[in-house]
Design a protein around this ligand. Structure first.
Ligand code: TYD
Length: 347
């Protein structure tokens, strides 16, 4: 996601690519709605999880330009970065289970892709902020308490390690080259347009069709759920008031066990608990993530979406928008092959 102001014609506010397009597409929509003076460029590779449909309602917006390309292609991403005032770098391969099956794309996109954008950022004359979207997974599993920005990074799966690499690489470009980097480490996002490989959209859409919900291990792993719009508002705050070179945790404060999350989804949909199907655990499955968000709250941000309400609205969105997810689950051979490879051996 890349943004610039009127005096620069070709601008990029946000660079997005692949699996995190759900967050980026929500941010693009949010940015166009709340910042009337922003011109937004979205760069997306449109891999399996990056879909034009995620931006369907803003594709023709007069302050938005969509560019189909790869952040690793410096000939495409370089000029976009160089012409921007703001870069929000969401582009990443993000699905842990896929990184366990094959990690190469994670290293290429998350680490080398970030490197490509950072190199361009060194040359960008108007750049005021480069926000590196990182993740709570860089801290690794935290049995008790909550991770603070100064805690040691102990990523434990290839996805988390690739994000930790990108996170620290971005930091080094601030410390070494003075690029105006801010790093945000967000917890698990939920909301509309999330690819149905992630637990919430997968379980909601399976439950709608009365299909089993494959719950890993004992189901007692904990994730801290953050509504994607609270994430967008946090990004506004750090873009506006954050300090270069600093890291900000962005967590919803909703630490929920997977089994409780699953029960809530079934309750909202009025479906039976018998759909819950325990399956073999994820390898190296992090037990618990939890973020201390004192630092970001100090800048004036607090999450606004109540989890029960946000979850109910999210469930309703998938129920009301089958046009968005049915083609993926029912017609996309790549998704179906992934689903078989991921789940057939577990059950
Ligand atoms: P996920 O949405 O993949 O996010 P992350 O691994 O980045 O936290 O998974 C969230 C939690 O749900 C995680 O503890 C793994 C669990 N999970 C299942 O139990 N079954 C599933 O089919 C999936 C995809 C995840």
């Amino acid at each position: 996601f890349f943004q610039a102001e009127d005096d620069i014609r070709d601008k990029l506010v946000t660079g997005v690519q692949t699996c995190d397009l759900p967050i980026c597409s929500n941010f693009v929509r949010h940015a166009l709605q709340t910042h009337a003076d922003w011109n937004v460029n979205t760069l997306d590779k449109l891999t399996y999880a990056g879909r034009r449909e995620n931006l369907h309602d803003v594709m023709d917006h007069d302050r938005h330009v969509f560019v189909h390309g790869d952040i690793l292609d410096a000939a495409v991403s370089g000029p976009l970065v160089e012409q921007s005032h703001l870069v929000v770098h969401f582009a990443a391969e993000t699905h842990v289970d896929r990184s366990i099956m094959a990690a190469g794309e994670f290293i290429r996109t998350d680490v080398e892709g970030t490197f490509t954008l950072l190199e361009a950022a060194r040359r960008a004359p108007h750049l005021r902020r480069f926000v590196q979207i990182s993740t709570d997974e860089v801290y690794g599993s935290v049995p008790t308490g909550s991770s603070r920005e100064t805690d040691e990074l102990r990523p434990r799966n290839p996805y988390a390690a690739s994000k930790a690499g990108a996170d620290r690489l971005a930091y080094s470009y601030w410390a070494t080259h003075g690029v105006p980097i801010i790093i945000t480490r967000a917890s698990n996002n939920y909301g509309p347009y999330q690819f149905p490989e992630k637990v919430i959209p997968l379980f909601v859409t399976n439950a709608i069709d009365d299909r089993p919900l494959p719950l890993y291990g004992d189901g007692r792993n904990v994730r801290d759920w953050l509504h994607v719009l609270d994430h967008c508002r946090a990004l506004d705050v750090v873009i506006d008031r954050g300090v270069d070179g600093e890291v900000y945790n962005v967590g919803g404060g909703n630490d929920v066990m997977n089994v409780d999350l699953t029960r809530r989804i079934l309750q909202v949909l009025g479906k039976p608990l018998s759909l819950i199907t325990p399956v073999a655990d994820r390898q190296g499955h992090d037990r618990r993530y939890s973020l201390d968000t004192t630092k970001l709250r100090g800048l004036g941000w607090t999450p606004q979406v109540d989890f029960a309400q946000g979850l109910a609205e999210t469930v309703a969105w998938y129920r009301d928008n089958p046009w968005w997810w049915r083609p993926i689950k029912e017609q996309d051979p790549q998704f179906q092959a992934y689903y078989r490879a991921q789940y057939n051996s577990r059950t």
